[in-house]
Design a protein. Structure first.
Length: 201
């Protein structure tokens, strides 16, 4: 029994260490900034309210605008589909926000069917391939940055991340999302991110 208890304790310690490592990685990447010249800036979608970006989505768009204004890419790809009752997709709400802020329509591409991070990045990959592009700078919230980059790289994209600093996710909600993302990243490394998405839809 003592030997069994030691084995169980070792397994639990290993699992805790692995989980802690992945949460730490999520935290570190979320506080990094890999901004550089790329082919396109990709804004991951978030909620929109009848064509108006939610505070979370606006934080991402504000950051993308700054990066575009700094000349890091000639193209911004906005992503995200819509719920059944919505009139606008997340991508459409984002595109309108950007054009209202002065970005030319020909500098914006829409991926407006994705309902998950991976679905959106699959759509982004097709948009970029049609233009002969592959280097992207992903703009999303800090807790979401690592998993998004890993999925993009898994899809064959040369991906970097520049997390927004102005999003509304704070406090315990922010901690909970970091913990959840750490678990998702850890499981994704084991079973693959495509399989992970099938289990978490």
């Amino acid at each position: 029994m003592r030997r069994v208890a030691k084995i169980i304790a070792a397994v639990l310690l290993g699992a805790l260490s692995y989980a802690s490592f992945n949460v730490l990685q999520v935290w570190q990447v979320g506080r990094s900034d890999e901004s550089r010249a790329v082919d396109a800036i990709v804004v991951l979608g978030a909620a929109q309210y009848d064509g108006r970006p939610s505070p979370q989505l606006q934080g991402r768009l504000d950051h993308a605008l700054e990066s575009w204004g700094d000349g890091l890419a000639p193209l911004i790809v906005v992503t995200g589909g819509k719920m059944e009752a919505d009139r606008f997709t997340e991508a459409e709400a984002s595109a309108k926000f950007l054009t209202d802020a002065g970005v030319p329509t020909d500098a914006i591409a829409l991926e407006n069917t994705g309902h998950t991070t991976r679905e959106s990045l699959l759509g982004v990959r097709e948009i970029l391939r049609s233009r002969g592009l592959h280097r992207i700078l992903i703009v999303t919230d800090p807790y979401h940055a690592l998993r998004t980059r890993l999925i993009a790289q898994d899809l064959g994209l040369k991906a970097f991340v520049s997390p927004t600093r102005t999003g509304p996710i704070k406090g315990r909600d922010n901690l909970a999302r970091h913990l959840r993302e750490g678990a998702g990243v850890g499981l994704g490394h084991v079973i693959g991110f495509a399989q992970l998405e099938r289990f978490t839809r």
